[in-house]
Design a protein around this ligand. Structure first.
Ligand code: F6R
Ligand code: MG
Ligand code: MG
Length: 366
């Protein structure tokens, strides 16, 4: 078994019918390309899927996190899909998330989103990979907190002695590029003081108190890389489950409540995060609502057994209905806050261009 790294790297490199869904040919080309990376021994296994307009490359390998060769494989897949499919088929926003021309050793900061976790594969190691569309990395803050720190969500925090000591959270300040580690339950209120601002403080990693790696989330913010709005940083996340970690059902439980996240329509609106099956991972109403898929896998000596499409279940029907009720409620606010995001967040959209035009018309009030 030994050490294994699970990497999920995603990008929006163009989609069908606006920002709606990845084209099947894009998936086909990505698979062919990743198979070559398996044949040449760079990665062990892969699974290609999409959440809305984002192409998701899930890979396993033995090269550790931030490995230049693995990142290069992903970069080349996105380039190839753009050149071979998105551009010739004139898909919408072809190559959108590829913000630079040439690969420079680490795909972080180049546009695509990345979540990676290196660990010793347990005799049986279930993982869940989450991917969301029309939102941002901070969208995981609330469910990750519930999964790893809230005993009302995760019964194991109370009942199972292996979880009872709690978890350590690594938080990234995406504005300043700083990180801090906080320990739960002792520092729970400090943790909440930060992650309640999901546009700035983002959970990047979670470890059990004894150091066992438990979760990893993508943290990139495209607007901070490009200095302007270039689409949302639809996030991904890897969570390990069972045997001294939260159970699969405790992990999914956190998504039964469709909490409000930022990133809907033009990256400018708040909306409920709706848990859906892979088949329903395509955004429609008001370019949304924001959606999340959960794919379960068993690791088998570094290979991926699965996926199990975990939100493909009537048990999540209530959450979807609740999400649609919230959609109606939020939409009735039209262009008003808090349905529309606040001014700091709108800085990266096209709204400042509109406001600029009005500047000269303001007269001083005496
Ligand atoms: C894209 C997204 C969409 C677009 C909107 C306008 O991920 O969230 O809501 O922002 O469809 O797109 P453009 O400006 O490309 O017409
Ligand atoms: Mg898009
Ligand atoms: Mg997207």
């Amino acid at each position: 078994m030994g050490r294994i790294t699970v990497s999920i790297i995603k990008a929006d490199v163009g989609s069908l019918a606006g920002h709606h869904v990845v084209h099947p040919k894009q998936i086909e080309v990505a698979k062919e390309s990743l198979q070559l990376a398996v044949d040449s021994g760079i990665i062990l296994d892969y699974y290609v899927f999409n959440c809305g307009d984002d192409l998701q490359l899930l890979m396993t390998h033995r090269r550790g996190e931030n490995n230049p060769e693995v990142h290069k494989v992903a970069w080349n897949v996105f380039k190839e899909v753009t050149e071979k499919v998105s551009k010739p088929l004139k898909l919408y926003a072809a190559g959108q998330d590829l913000l630079v021309d040439a690969f420079s050793g680490n795909i972080r900061g180049m546009g695509p989103g990345v979540a990676e976790l290196e660990f010793d594969e347990r005799p049986s190691d279930p993982i869940i990979v989450f991917a969301a569309d029309k939102t941002e990395p901070g969208a995981w803050n609330l469910p990750l907190f519930k999964i790893f720190a809230d005993p009302f969500n995760t019964a194991g925090l109370v009942i199972d002695p292996r979880l009872h000591a709690g978890f350590k959270f690594q938080i990234l300040d995406v504005m300043e590029g700083l990180s801090v580690e906080l320990s739960c339950p002792e520092e729970m209120y400090d943790l909440l003081a930060l992650i309640g601002t999901p546009s700035r403080y983002v959970i990047s990693k979670i470890y059990r108190k004894d150091g066992l790696p438990a979760a990893s989330a993508s943290t990139s913010r495209l607007s901070l890389i490009a200095g302007r709005y270039v689409g949302k940083d639809d996030p991904v996340c890897i969570v390990r489950a069972q045997s001294g970690l939260p159970a699969v059902g405790e992990i999914l439980e956190a998504f039964a409540f469709p909490h409000l996240v930022a990133g809907w329509m033009r990256g400018s609106h708040n909306g409920p995060l709706m848990p859906v099956s892979l088949d329903d991972a395509k955004c429609t109403r008001f370019d949304g609502p924001p959606r999340v898929v959960a794919l379960g896998f068993q690791l088998r000596d570094g290979y991926l057994e699965g996926p199990a499409d975990l939100f493909d279940d009537p048990a999540f029907e209530w959450s979807r209905r609740k999400a649609m009720e919230i959609v109606d409620y939020m939409r009735r606010h039209g262009p008003f806050m808090p349905a529309r995001l606040g001014p700091e967040e709108m800085e990266y959209t096209t709204l400042p261009m509109v406001l600029e035009k009005l500047k000269s018309r303001f007269k001083r009030v005496s």
